[in-house]
Write a protein that binds this ligand. Sequence first.
Ligand code: CO
Length: 211
Amino acid sequence: MFDRIFENNKKWIAGKLSIDPDYFTKLAKGQHPEFLYIGCSDSRATAEDLMGVQPGEVFVHRNIANLVVSTDNNLNAVVQYAVEHLKVKHIIVCGHYECGGVKAALNPSDLGQLNSWLQTLRDVYRFHQQELDAISDSQQRFDRLVELNVKEQCINIIKIDHVQRSWYKTGYPQIYGWVFDVRSGKIKDLGLVMEKEFASIRSIYDLKPDT
Ligand code: CO
């Protein structure tokens, strides 16, 4: 199995060099990605592959069910680095249909170590319980929670101080909510207007930076 991977790596290197002999010399010089992608760890929901982008084009953070949790040091470091140093113009939160994490949140049970992580998802369910419980088809309810989770995580992004500071200073990063449909391969843009979302919560979350 690993033989196959190292063999693939050799072929990948050869492929890149056949197009540009200086490919890796250039790659080693640094990164200037315009996108930060926050997605699910699910092995089917790859970042670069589904977007068709190359090394250097997207800064990536993945965790179970693409959550933006304010006490997650890993996430905070990624966002701060992406916004303050890389100065990414776009932050994408990408969920996916058939997400195991979202499914687990819909079915209350004791999952040990995962309980605390899934609580954020259960909170999303609670925020939108009226809408979700009104959907009689369980597949549609599952799909809708995937979408609402993406929206709530986009809202969590705009609560972050680094994001707000940069927003006030430059107007960037812009934030997008997507869902990857594993059943068709399509990326669905949820069409969220984050300026509108921020306007509706700023009386609570606007950190009013000095800059
Ligand atoms: Co998932």
